[in-house]
Design a protein around this ligand. Structure first.
Ligand SMILES: Nc1nc2c(ncn2[C@@H]2O[C@H](COP(=O)(O)OP(=O)(O)OP(=O)(O)O)[C@@H](O)[C@H]2O)c(=O)[nH]1
Ligand SMILES: [Mg+2]
Length: 418
């Protein structure tokens, strides 16, 4: 895939069928513009076509595209998925490159992948995207050589078809090799994880892209993961230990963000990176409260979690960027989502409480040393009821105990912990 420089100019085109929601389409176009910007392309116009059905040949219809193309641009970007032949039809008719949303995402990933693992995953996603498009890519070659006869089903094996078969095999071979290499990487991650799991619990940060996952991650762990006001700043996962106080160590992982209409093959290709989320004991599901569409984003994230089989993992819902919204929004969200945590990762607001809630959600039973006056019968009974006593001795009017207890329960005995 080629690199694109800043100067590339694009028109964004979307189709909204008459029975579809125009507000949702507008939001999707706005997001596409952000994606396009992240890919280093300038948007010089956005158009939505309302109609009752899609055009098979050019998706938006030739007349509509013609009207949009009042000014000279380098590329047309469609918010909806184009088939390979639609893209080529448009390119031939209007002499301008045509791509869709998925390809914009792929370009971003392509330009941003840094580690070997991320690069392999991106390459795999690109190959999986290209494969079904190959056939139609070459059919025009056949048409040019044999005229309409091929289209009429004449049993001529055209140049294009042979070429397409060769290319398909080449792609499939490459896919096979990359899948094998990634399979090995996943195995390695799993082995490391197993080793880690024996000692401590794993937390995965998930959420819509740009929600503030990396900002929170850096805040909590003093890491220096790249934070940017761009979509898909993070493509790799990073794991650090997180101190919940009193030696209660857990590990936390920052990972790639999600987006609506995330192409299926892209999710499948990012298996190695998403492994951290798939295997977590607790997910911090982080949402940007200042985004008008945050409710939709929560849904989108749920959908991706379901696709990767992580929807059964206990979750803590976090609303981030409270510094950007009014008190009334905060109050409404608190009411609508009881149990959710409202934070500002940037200002560090409410993070103490967050750590406590994380601890509570994990409720890892751990060892504590307690020293309880013998007269405090209530506390002693409580310890027996809620903890597992490992050692017990009497000394100078105190009961000294080593107990294993959940982090929630131990809060009631805080005064006795030594
Ligand atoms: N005002 C405000 N901005 C924030 C807060 N948290 C994060 N941001 C900003 O939001 C943008 C995205 O933050 P990141 O931490 O990169 O978001 P992310 O979820 O890791 O994004 P991706 O890796 O792209 O998926 C950056 O410009 C941050 O500075 C917050 O609490 N308040
Ligand atoms: Mg990030």
């Amino acid at each position: 895939m080629e690199e694109h420089n800043e100067k590339m100019k694009a028109l964004l085109i979307g189709v909204c069928l008459l029975d579809e929601d125009i507000a949702a389409k507008n939001a999707s176009m706005e997001e596409l513009e952000r994606l396009v910007d992240t890919a280093g392309i300038t948007t010089s116009g956005k158009y939505i076509q309302r109609k009752n059905r899609k055009s098979a040949r050019t998706y938006a219809g030739e007349g509509f595209i013609e009207k949009c193309l009042k000014e000279e641009v380098d590329i047309l970007i469609f918010d909806n998925d184009l088939t390979g032949s639609q893209a080529r039809n448009i390119e031939r008719l209007f002499s301008v490159e045509a791509i869709d949303r998925t390809e914009v995402i792929l370009r971003i990933f392509h330009n941003r992948a840094r580690t070997k693992e991320a690069k392999l995953q991106v390459r795999l996603a690109e190959l999986r995207y290209e494969l079904p498009r190959l056939k139609s890519m070459w059919t025009h070659l056949d048409r040019e050589r044999f005229g309409s006869r091929v289209g009429a089903g004449v049993a001529v094996r055209g140049m294009g078809e042979k070429q397409s078969e060769k290319d398909r095999q080449k792609l499939q071979r490459e896919i096979y090799v990359i899948e094998k290499r990634l399979g090995k990487i996943i195995k390695r991650i799993d082995t490391q994880k197993k080793r880690r799991k024996r000692n401590c619990r794993n937390i995965g940060l998930v959420g819509y892209t740009n929600a503030g996952k990396s900002t929170l991650f850096n805040r909590l762990t003093d890491a220096r993961v790249l934070v940017e006001d761009k979509l898909f700043a993070t493509l790799d996962s990073t794991t650090r230990s997180l101190d919940l106080g009193k030696g209660r160590d857990v590990v936390i992982s920052d990972t790639v963000g999600f987006i609506s209409n995330l192409p299926h093959h892209l999710i499948a290709s990012f298996r190695a990176t998403l492994r951290e989320a798939e295997e977590a004991d607790l997910l911090l599901n982080i949402t940007d409260i200042s985004d008008d569409d945050f409710e939709k984003h929560i849904n989108d994230v749920e959908n991706v979690l379901e696709k990767i089989g992580a929807d059964g993992i206990p979750q803590l819902l976090l609303f981030n960027k409270t510094d950007l919204v009014s008190g009334s929004v905060v109050e409404r969200v608190k009411k609508d989502y009881p149990g959710a945590q409202l934070i500002s990762a940037k200002n560090g607001e409410n993070l103490e409480e967050l750590l406590y809630q994380i601890d509570k959600s994990l409720n890892v039973p751990r060892k504590y040393r307690l020293s309880v006056p013998q007269t405090h019968q209530k506390a002693i009974n409580y310890t027996h009821n809620w903890g597992r006593i490992l050692e017990k001795e009497y000394e100078d009017g105190f009961v000294k105990m080593t107990v294993e207890m959940g982090s929630e329960e131990i809060r009631n005995l805080e005064d006795y912990v030594v």
